[in-house]
Design a protein around this ligand. Sequence first.
Ligand code: TRP
Length: 359
Amino acid sequence: MCEDIGMRPRILTGDTPTGRLHLGHWVGSLENRVRLQDEYECFFLIANMHAFTTRAEKPEEIRRDTIEIVKDWLAVGMDPERSTFVLQTEVPAIAELTWLLAMLLPFNRVMRNPTLKEEIEAKQLGDHYSFGFPLYAVGQCADILAFRADLVPVGEDQLAHLEMCREVARRFDHLYCGVPTTTEDADYARAGGVFPVPQPKVGRIARLVGIDGVQKMSKSLGNAIFLSDEAGEIKKKTGKIFTGRQSATDPGDIKNALFQFVNAFIADPERRRELAELYTRGEVGDGTVKQEVSQAIDALVAPMRERRRAYDGPAGEARIVELLHAHAAKANAVAEDTLARAKAAMKLDFGARTLMFVP
Ligand code: TRP
């Protein structure tokens, strides 16, 4: 425990590779990740195992999405020189820890998890989802705890998972490390727990609306502006943002979707205030505001497009595979250490790992 003192606190967060990342991801979590890379020791996880829980029949697609998500990360400025990229399936300690934690969570507690329920609904999984699907919620606890993370920057939709992770961390530390149940969450590691109780950190905009003006931005709903969209696409999509306004001289409602985009992406607070006043008085049309929003978004993502280009083509993909392999070694050093501590606490200490065989 003592060797942790003086080190930077840790972040673990990540994404399931399901397709390209969009502006909702940026304001919800990516922006925090980029910003916190010096202050925290960051681990960014590609949850490719989780992708198999609903798409087991599509391994090629999952592999492609895995590479694509790393491109998105590199594009936004998540920096492999400062942070560790963790490919979930290359870190066996996570899978082992999932088993150990699964014993500490009542089955019905997992199944009541509202994020799982929403996903079953949204993806129309009915009652024919795989056994692995609800297990991923336990796996997510293991992702976070394997790195003994202090902070987890996530979108609002992930808070239910975080709550379960916090519960299972406390329970483990009570049961196996003698941490008193009266301990404050911030003090679990100091009190001798293997796991700190991690804190979630939601982005500056918890839930970004999609261009349909109704639902949250989501790839599957077709209402997303992607971080990799070209300028022309951004212009076209912002032009479609639903406002419900009849004419340019009507008083506009600054609670509408368009103004959520103004507030999220126009950086200058003075200009935001000015636009809001003009809009409310019916002195500026939707078209003008949309154009400014479009330019602001393009200014944000243009450097991302540029950085992404460095990873185009088969050579780019090869570099990413190499990066993931190199980082897996760093990730395993931490996760193996955690697993050894957890197993020791559970009286499962029978000497060091004997896994030396590499085919
Ligand atoms: N469930 C998250 C998502 O789909 C991805 C994820 C997996 C994650 N493990 C995690 C996020 C651990 C934060 C921490 O977006």
